[in-house]
Design a protein. Structure first.
Length: 360
């Protein structure tokens, strides 16, 4: 049996990873440590909450006594650190939160794991700390080329700078103490349970409510998109077979402009929604509204996953055309979930970030 400490497991990627592990490993035991900020939702894990091999702990990864108690109480084999403030717009508005959670929190997890796993001069066998990072730490690409693991870090926002800083801390624990670590840097994820501040669920939610579809700048910023289940399979592979100390890029090989994504969402909803649905006629490209561009908006990201593919044999299994249909259908089928989380703080945030922006 392997015991996982999954931080930020009530969030989008973390909850999908927990579902993946519990589906594929009957002998896995998962402790989910999550602060339950606006983007963390235990409804994402309702199907597994009563399983004997799953425990939820509400708490902050910067809370040293709490994190220490988890290492004292459980024989933790893997730390999978998803916990992070992750939205670029929020980092521009409130950078301190990102520094505290993403940098200080990662340090606390590293140090508590070191105290638990380092016995004298030897590391206990079968342990690993996996830092879930982002392609945004590499900065921005031109019209050609791909990010490799050798691309210099060049973060352009408080969010990406805090993630790059955390990555360097993780690397330092390997270089200094030979701690068993890996770092994964993934491209844009999409799929079920994603909080609707991110592009795809935001557009789905706004379409269904006949709200404006805000698109930054000219809409031609390019991102590489990967279905979240493919990301989970990559994380699982790196945990089990990744070479200690290595960084692995995880990409979908699916570059799309933001405006392409928005139009795809509109078309997919129209295909899946019955024509007699009262919302059907209100959904059109006329909802698209271009807004003032984000500060420091990176133009293009694209990931080279050759290392992960060649060393560990990983590949994606869900093409975008299939994944986007699964995703839209999930949000249509889970309208109550969507309605419950798009109230309160989210509405205040949405108005501040999008509706009040000067239209271009």
């Amino acid at each position: 049996m392997k015991t996982y400490l999954v931080t930020g497991g009530a969030g989008f990627i973390g909850s999908n990873f927990i579902h993946y592990v519990l589906k594929n490993y009957q002998d896995a035991f998962i402790i989910n440590l999550d602060k339950l900020t606006y983007a963390g939702n235990l409804k994402n894990l309702k199907e597994v909450e009563k399983k004997e091999n799953y425990r939820f702990v509400k708490g902050d990864i910067t809370d040293i006594p709490l994190v220490q108690s988890l290492f004292d109480q459980y024989p933790i084999d893997y730390v999978v650190n998803f916990a992070a403030e992750s939205h670029v717009d929020r980092s521009i508005e409130s950078p301190m939160e990102f520094v505290k959670t993403n940098i200080e929190g990662t340090f606390v997890l590293l140090d508590m794991a070191k105290k638990a796993w380092l016995i004298g001069e030897e590391w206990a066998s079968g342990k690993k700390f996996l830092q879930i990072s982002t392609d945004e730490v590499y900065g921005s690409l031109g019209e050609t080329g791909l990010f490799t693991e050798e691309t210099p870090l060049d973060p352009r926002s408080p969010y990406s700078a805090s993630k790059a800083s955390a990555d360097l801390l993780v690397k330092a624990y390997y270089d200094t103490y030979k701690m068993p670590i890996n770092i994964t840097r993934c491209s844009n994820n999409y799929g079920p349970y994603q909080f609707p501040e991110k592009l795809i669920p935001l557009m789905i939610n706004n379409c269904l409510n006949a709200k404006d579809l805000p698109v930054y700048g000219d809409g031609k910023n390019i991102r590489d998109w990967i279905y979240v289940e493919d990301h989970s399979s990559a994380i699982d592979l790196v945990l089990n077979k990744g070479i200690i100390g290595e960084v692995y890029n995880v990409g979908g090989g699916n570059e799309r402009t933001n405006i392409e994504i928005v139009k795809t969402i509109i078309n997919t909803i129209k295909e899946l929604l019955p024509k007699e649905d009262s919302r059907y006629n209100a959904i059109s490209q006329e909802l698209i509204k271009y807004v003032a561009d984000r500060k420091g908006h990176d133009r293009r990201y694209a990931i080279d996953s050759t290392k992960l593919q060649s060393q560990l044999g990983w590949s994606t299994s869900i093409p975008f055309e299939e994944g986007v249909v699964h995703t839209v259908k999930w949000y249509l089928d889970n309208s109550k979930w969507l309605e419950e989380i798009t109230t309160g703080e989210y509405q205040v945030y949405y108005k501040k970030m999008y509706l009040d922006k000067e239209r271009s």
